[in-house]
Ligand binder design. Sequence first.
Ligand code: NAD
Ligand code: MG
Length: 336
Amino acid sequence: MATIHRGGNVDLLSGKVAVIGYGSQGHAHALNLRDSGIEVEVGVRAGSPSADAAEDAGLAVSTVGDATRGAQVVAVLVPDHVQKGVYEQEIAPNLEPDSALLFAHGLNIHFGRIVPAAGHDVVMVAPKAPGHRVRELYESGAGTPGLVAVHQDSSGGALELALAYGTAIGCGRVGLLETTFAEETESDLFGEQAVLCGGVTSLIKAGFETLVEAGYQPEIAYYECLNELKLIVDLIYEGGFEYMRYSISDVAEYGDLTRGPRVVDERVKETMRTLLDEIRSGAFARELFADDEAGRPKFEELRRKNAGGQLEQVGSELRALAGKEGLLGADVHGVG
Ligand code: NAD
Ligand code: MG
């Protein structure tokens, strides 16, 4: 069983926390820390539009270097693909020898893109929710669950420090699940590739195309293969497979049980194992970062190739027809 921590000693955060980046996670962490009584300084790029937002929220704002100087904890909350550059150019030269470094995702540390010197605690506190949710729930007195991990424990108190931070941003009110940088990074990449983003869009696309190519109306195919997915996922989210199967008709359930395993069969699972191998060997990360460093030629070509298309066309027509809340159900923006 996983170790789940509740609560943490917020008083351990007696110094300044530098929150680097004021985006989805950055704004939520900065505001929640501040409201938990912790000294916060937000570090942003010169001329960044988020500097105004942070100042309007009453936060102390400065450059990345100035925020880093004198901080007890430096929370690195800029996008993953720029973290290495920001770390090398602006954080590392200004970092106190005993400052702790905190990440909300393990990618750069786990794959060795950022290698902090000995002397720094290196920890992760990763809320399992988008930033606006982290802020919203904190304000309502609750919190989002989170993951906590220690990569380097120089002080001997790295876990306690991470739990203090996790509690100050609200996750400790619900639960901080202990993991490792390796487990968080590898499972996160696998989930988004095989199931959540890659798997689900490819499944929808294959189903949609199969119906349309067989002569069914695209609008009907869209409802069946995409729009109704939200209803099914909502049921699964609420009560698992059993609750979903209890709610659907016997005809649907029989089709599910007999045909589902033929769609996602042993070959698909073999491919999933290959994807996982590529993640664990670092091959995926090397490919991603090499493309990024070359100015993203492959990424941009894939975006162009996947833009538009009949499915998107039908979707936008149906949404326009429906208005925001009509024909396509309560949440046309998707599964949240
Ligand atoms: P984001 O894209 O929302 O925000 C990043 C901020 O960094 C923006 O304010 C941007 O202006 C700033 N920024 C961009 N480039 C910069 C640079 N070169 N120098 C200084 N500032 C720069 O990022 P995010 O989604 O909050 O992600 C931050 C971290 O949190 C990542 O490690 C991510 O994996 C992790 N995370 C995100 C979520 C989420 O829901 N978004 C959830 C859990 C963990
Ligand atoms: Mg992810």
